[in-house]
Design a protein around this ligand. Sequence first.
Ligand SMILES: [Zn+2]
Ligand SMILES: [Zn+2]
Length: 390
Amino acid sequence: MKERLEEIESELIELRRYFHENPEKSWEEYNTQKEIMRYLDSLNIPYIKVNNTGVIATIKGKNSSEKIIGIRADIDALPMDELGSCPYKSKNDGFMHACGHDTHITILLGTAKILSEMKDDLKVTVRLLFQPAEEFIEDSGATYMKNEKEVLECDRLIALHIWSQMEAGYAGLQAGPVMAAADTFDFYINGKGGHGALPHQTIDPVVAGSELVMSLQRVVSREINPQDTAVLSVTAFHSGTTANIIPDTAHLMGTTRTFNNELRSKYEEILNRVAQGVAQSTKTDIKLEYHEGPPAMINDSECVDTGLIAAKKIFGEDKVVNYELQMGGEDFAKYKNPKCLLFLGGGFKKEENRFPQHSPYFDIDERVLKLGVGYFVQYVLEYEKEILRC
Ligand SMILES: [Zn+2]
Ligand SMILES: [Zn+2]
């Protein structure tokens, strides 16, 4: 397979550059979808359109069993300007593939190509999931795709995320939590405005909001088991207009993170209880809106076991590592099937050339595209062996 990967490398780079130059907003990936379908057509792989801008393709050989393995790639870009100077810079102003989903699409298409060439020998059915809107936290693509019949039928799911901070040539894969649950919240505080010189005639939402920010600091330090990793950050505080007016309202925003999905399910109640305590003591009215993002991404140990065998064959025994847990969220966590996510190192050799995910200078070493394809194909082959053994 190594030779075949080398042969398709330049095509992979060309595909990646096309998607990089043409990034699209979450839920509006129409051109991306069209290009994915065009490529699948060229390989004679049947597919269906789902969730508006998504695509699910199926590769089933004449010897394929009823076992189905799904491979998922997210396809959306971020609403930001690209500031780097690569020759394949975004042509769509205000949008950029700054999380590397252009590489995910490319790697899955490359995987489709190689697997379709091996179709007659395939012992399992492979489903390719091109999922829209991973970055749209409040209403992400996985929320819908996870319930599609073609997805629910999959015995397991695999995915990878390119990672610019990890050197190219390395991969991270381990069982258990790998990325955090990432919820967000809004607090709407209603008071009674008035003159800044006559605070006794007002109900001050700025003071209430300040007290709320400070009271929330007690949650992680005093309510949560110190063995759990937890974050509760208030990241926005909007209120008032000028120096001598006490405003009517305040609006606070923030995010919670944890790797423990049980703790995650308690955050909303905790936040609301703290807010109602502050509301009572300050005579304000405080409403909480809690938005569920992805749960913590927990890698299934059986899925990882297969992945480790495959990854070591592709990256090398000493290049597959336990990677540090990431506080960022990933909506692959929403799928109900047994699953695992591999971090694909894409970082340039020189550390100063590496920019983190979501940076306007984000880029990756394109030589890892073929390694991503190699991992997915090898995973399918190892999975086949396991099934045949049972
Ligand atoms: Zn991202
Ligand atoms: Zn991403």
